[in-house]
Structures are given as structure tokens and as C-alpha cells.
Design a protein around this ligand. Structure first.
Ligand SMILES: [Zn+2]
Length: 326
């Protein structure tokens, strides 16, 4: 198999491996921390042959005969997909993951029926037409094919000090993109392993949905400010290249959400609306199913934040969720 090995030493004892993401253009960055004949891994890519082989080859090149710890920033397939290949079983690594991610795994990747049904009903009450609700709720099924789940060995709360390679890193719980998303912070060197929390080019999707926390946007913004306050010397993101200007990047991301909140206020100010109507006005008609669902969930996260702030009225019945200006 042709393996294009993109293994770079980021700083002493930390190697970045850039893995392909099946069905998508981008790459996901995972990090290897060698320690003699062992190594620890932060995120593991999707459970696809090429990606798994790149990790194996990276470990061999670094002289690591055994993977000790697999730390996962969150359970999205490009970060967690190969978990069951590298961790959880006899002779495999110990999986460390935030405890709020643990209950999301089985409904999302193993016993899908209940969640597919729940999402379908959720889409319907939020104004998505029946036919599209069916298609969108079923779109989750494809992802379970690139994910092999693993039992967690350690469930994190956040604020733990963990050993990765020869380093000691602090777990920073940064919910929003996913309920139990974590970053890792190397205090001595000021390195922030940011997962999807702070990306250099994209604004990570912050969505309200059956598996999210109830107010993900506020949590996300709070986490951004907390990470900026650390004033890391360097941010190592899961997508894109490392960067240095964390507080500046955080300001841009906060301003982006602020603008979005203003736009949504304007949209619901004209008329009472469903979240689907809001999303259509904001982003227009999207062809890509996955994008449609993300747009709805992102719109909902903003509407919910506005409702929590008392700027928008949210009315719910078993049939519908509607939003209007206070
Ligand atoms: Zn993600």
C-alpha cells in the first residue's frame, strides 16, 4: 500500500501525523508522543486502512513497539474513528476520553435506530419537511462504517494532568463543538493541542441537537475565552497548520458568532419562524445533506443562546419549536 507519510516533529518529543479523511477533502492532524519503546497518541483518525496504516508506520518509524495511551479530543469520526483498532482491548492502548463523550458513542455508532428516530422527530418539530427529515436523519448511518468503538479506560472530567510521551499535559474541558471536547495544554512550553476547538481557518460547527448540551454556543464562547487567557505560545489544531496568535484568532471566532447572532435576531424580528426557516434565510438552500443538517443545528445553537439571554422567545409544543423576537 502506498503510504505517504506526513510525520513532522513539531517540537522535541511531539510528532504530528496528517491523516486523510475518507469522503472528505481535508486532513486531520493527530499527535504522537514517543517515550522509549512506547508511545501515546492524541486522536486517531477514521477507521480506514490507509489512515490506520499511516499511524502504524509512524509508530514503527519512531521506534515505538507499543501504544500506551490513546487520548481522544472528542468522538467525531475523524478523531475517534479508529479507537477500537488501537485501544480498548487486550494488548491495546488505554483509551482516555471525557466522560460526557462516553454516553454518545453507542447511540451514534452502534445502536443507531433510536437516535435516527429521535433526530427525525427533532428535525420535524424544527420545521424540516418530512421527506428531508427522513433523508437527513438517515445520513448518520454512513459514518458508523468508519468508526470502530472502544471501551474507555479513563473517563476524564477536565483539569487532570496526564502523561503523554515524556510530557505532562493538562486536560482542558472545552465543550461546544461536542459536549466532552477536550484540549491538552503543555504549561511549560505553552503548547495548546486544540482539537477542533480553535481552528486557524474554519469556524468549528457549534450545533444544538439531541446529543449536544442544552446551550452549546455559550459554553463554546466561554471555552474560547478561557483558552485565549492561557496565552499559548503555539496552537496545534486538528485541522490546518499550527499558529501562534491564539487570542487574535479567538477574537475573530467570537466576532463571527456575534455577527451571526445579530443576523438571526434580524431574521426572527420580521416574523415568528422555525429554525429551518431561519437556516434557509441565513445560508440559502444547500444541496449537500450533511451541510443542511449542520446549518440547521448551527442556527439552533444561536437561537438557543438568544433565548437563554432573553432576547428571543422560544415556544414549544409536541409538534413544533418556534422562535420570535421578545
Ligand atoms: Zn469535530
Amino acid at each position: 500500500m502506498a503510504v505517504d507519510l506526513a510525520l513532522t516533529e513539531i517540537t522535541s518529543g511531539v510528532f504530528e501525523l496528517r491523516l486523510p479523511i475518507p469522503f472528505e477533502d481535508g486532513l486531520v492532524n493527530v499527535f504522537v508522543f514517543p517515550d522509549g519503546k512506547e508511545a501515546d497518541l492524541l486522536d486517531c483518525g477514521m477507521n480506514a486502512d490507509e489512515s490506520v496504516e499511516m499511524i502504524r508506520r509512524g509508530l514503527r518509524l519512531l521506534g515505538a513497539e507499543r501504544l500506551r495511551t490513546l487520548m481522544v479530543t472528542h468522538i467525531h469520526p475523524d478523531h475517534y474513528g479508529a479507537a477500537g483498532t488501537f485501544a480498548g482491548g487486550p494488548g491495546l492502548a488505554n483509551l482516555y476520553i471525557h466522560r460526557l463523550e462516553v454516553p454518545l458513542v453507542n447511540p451514534r455508532y452502534v445502536e443507531l435506530e433510536h437516535l435516527v428516530d429521535e433526530v427525525r422527530r427533532y428535525l420535524l418539530v424544527n420545521g424540516v419537511p418530512a421527506e428531508e427529515s427522513d433523508v437527513l436523519s438517515n445520513s448518520q448511518r454512513a459514518l458508523s462504517q468508519v468508526v470502530k468503538t472502544a471501551e474507555a479506560s479513563v473517563q476524564l472530567d477536565g483539569a487532570e494532568t496526564v502523561q503523554m510521551g515524556t510530557r505532562e499535559l493538562r486536560v482542558e474541558w472545552t465543550p461546544g463543538h461536542s459536549p466532552g471536547h477536550i484540549c491538552l495544554y503543555d504549561i511549560t512550553e505553552g503548547l495548546l493541542f486544540a482539537g477542533d476547538h480553535i481552528l486557524p481557518e474554519l469556524s468549528p460547527n457549534i450545533g444544538l441537537h439531541p446529543q449536544s448540551t442544552p446551550d452549546p454556543l455559550h459554553e463554546y464562547l466561554e471555552g474560547l475565552r478561557r483558552m485565549a487567557a492561557l496565552q499559548p505560545t503555539r496552537v496545534l489544531p486538528a485541522h490546518g497548520r499550527p499558529f501562534t496568535n491564539a487570542p487574535e484568532r479567538v477574537e475573530v471566532l467570537v466576532a463571527h458568532h456575534q455577527r451571526r447572532l445579530d443576523q438571526i435576531l434580524e431574521i426572527v424580528g420580521r416574523d415568528e419562524k422555525s429554525a429551518w426557516q431561519v437556516a434557509l434565510e441565513l445560508w440559502g438552500v444547500r444541496e449537500n445533506l450533511y451541510e443542511k443538517r449542520l446549518a440547521l443545528q448551527e442556527g439552533l445553537a444561536h437561537l438557543q443562546a438568544l433565548a437563554v439571554e432573553g432576547r428571543v422567545t422560544k415556544t414549544v409544543t409536541p409538534e413544533s419549536v418556534r422562535w420570535r423576537l421578545v
